[in-house]
Design a protein around this ligand. Structure first.
Ligand SMILES: NC(=O)c1ccc[n+]([C@@H]2O[C@H](COP(=O)([O-])OP(=O)(O)OC[C@H]3O[C@@H](n4cnc5c(N)ncnc54)[C@H](O)[C@@H]3O)[C@@H](O)[C@H]2O)c1
Length: 396
């Protein structure tokens, strides 16, 4: 059983609490910290939490707490992590870990030096569809992964601090790109080094200093590309999609907006549809179980099982640090309009991985370029001579 201090009683604090007290009912939130007393009290009442406070240190240092979940604005993650380090308590931090890699590395170094449990709460690599897709990829169903595209787009965040570049650390790249980058890393292989990034970003709609729309590509050492598409200006709900292309197959996932659940309503008597759904009438796309579809349940199960068993969870502060380093390169690229290197002072994956090559032989002297059965019943083989390079075709 984990005994948890929740730091933050806002949007994600409540999703996390629903998940923590839901699937693994043996875990308990024993302290809640919130900036406002009324929010702390309301959260305590809603989730039956015995201790509530407006003093973060008191929540972390509470005698019953063994695990701290950080659900605070991005600019407060480091301060909260450092308090957990001082208190020697296990810490789970929401995404993004830091506002940049420097901040993330300080947090990673501190928890590792202190030897405390650390988990990076990247829920979107725990969605049921992602877990199934990843298992298929890892078993080889797609051959070599060449391109992993992940898209997160919605009409913009729900709290004021996200729109403040200093507090948030950036715009939609930092807020949403962190999800997409870790998703791409997972499919391509977390042991494959992200080498360089090229990214376009702009502020197209919102009156803010940070970017509200961006598209980037991350090149991995083996030649695979992770593509992220993020927006705070997308209209029509929360669009969460992945597409993975491999030498032997393809996966397309729609996590949220179109899950096979379409409903029409006049809007009478209907209120909440799903996170960031912009409309509650007409044709709408509800989500069956948001806690599952967004990965929160499987994420906390992995985190707490790892803690109970003395293992490392699927996502640690190290992963958060790597993601921050990729995003730093993206921001540099937005300015330079060039590919920019990912600066990783700490890299724990493989080095010197060769470029993906999935060339197949047709026979001893030829590579197979393409095999196709035509609409008129012929079998065609396009082949390339290994020594002359000549391309020819054989029809059977
Ligand atoms: N899918 C996800 O993993 C996901 C989704 C949403 C948010 N998040 C992350 O969770 C964190 C919190 O986001 P949120 O959406 O819950 O925000 P929120 O604004 O809904 O809640 C933030 C909480 O922090 C408290 N807070 C705000 N400013 C504070 C301050 N200056 N001092 C102390 N407390 C303060 C608020 O009172 C509130 O309890 C962010 O890092 C965000 O990126 C993750």
């Amino acid at each position: 059983m984990r005994k948890i201090a929740m730091l933050g009683s806002g949007f994600i604090g409540r999703f996390y609490a629903d998940s923590i007290v839901g699937l693994r009912s043996k875990d308990k939130i024993v302290s809640i910290f919130s900036r406002s007393e009324s929010n702390a009290n309301k959260f305590a009442e809603d989730y039956n939490v015995p201790h509530s406070t407006t003093d973060m240190k008191k929540a972390i240092n509470h005698g019953d707490v063994d695990t701290v979940v950080i659900s605070l604005p991005n600019n407060l993650h480091e301060e909260a992590v450092m308090e957990c380090v001082k208190a020697g308590k296990g810490v789970l931090c929401t995404k993004p870990l830091g506002r940049n890699a420097e901040e993330a590395k300080r947090m990673m170094d501190a928890v590792e030096e202190a030897g405390i449990f650390n988990g990076y709460l990247e829920d979107l690599v725990y969605t049921p569809k992602y877990l199934k897709a990843l298992e298929s990829v890892q078993k080889g169903a797609l051959g070599s992964v060449l391109w992993a595209r992940s898209r997160e787009a919605h009409p913009g965040p729900h709290s004021e601090w996200f729109w403040d570049k200093e507090m948030a650390g950036g715009g939609c790249i930092l807020d949403l790109g962190c999800h997409c980058i870790e998703i791409g890393r997972g499919y391509i292989g977390k042991d494959i080094k992200p080498v360089e990034v090229i990214c376009w970003a702009d502020t197209q709609v919102k009156p803010i200093d940070a970017e509200d729309h961006a598209i980037g590509m991350v090149r991995y050492e083996n030649g695979a590309i992770g593509q992220f598409e993020v927006s705070w200006t997308f209209r029509g709900g929360l669009d969460l999609r992945d597409e993975v292309m491999g030498s032997e197959g393809t996966i397309m996932i729609n996590n949220f907006l179109r899950t096979g659940f379409d409903m029409f309503t006049s809007g009478e008597g209907y209120d909440y549809v799903a996170e960031k759904a912009e409309s509650n009438k007409g044709w709408i796309f509800p989500v069956g179980d948001e806690l599952h579809e967004l990965g929160y349940n499987f994420m906390f199960t992995d985190m707490f099982n790892a803690m109970d068993n003395g293992n490392t969870p699927g996502e640690t502060f190290y992963d958060g640090y790597v993601v921050n380093a990729v995003m730093d390169a993206a921001y540099t690229s937005v300015k330079s309009k060039k590919w920019e290197p990912v600066k990783l002072d700490v890299w724990r994956g493989r080095e010197g991985v060769e470029k993906i090559s999935s060339m197949r032989d047709y026979d001893e002297d030829h590579y197979l370029v393409k095999e196709e059965t035509t609409h008129y019943g012929a079998k065609k083989y396009i082949i390339k001579n290994k020594s002359t390079g000549k391309i020819s075709e054989i029809t059977e």
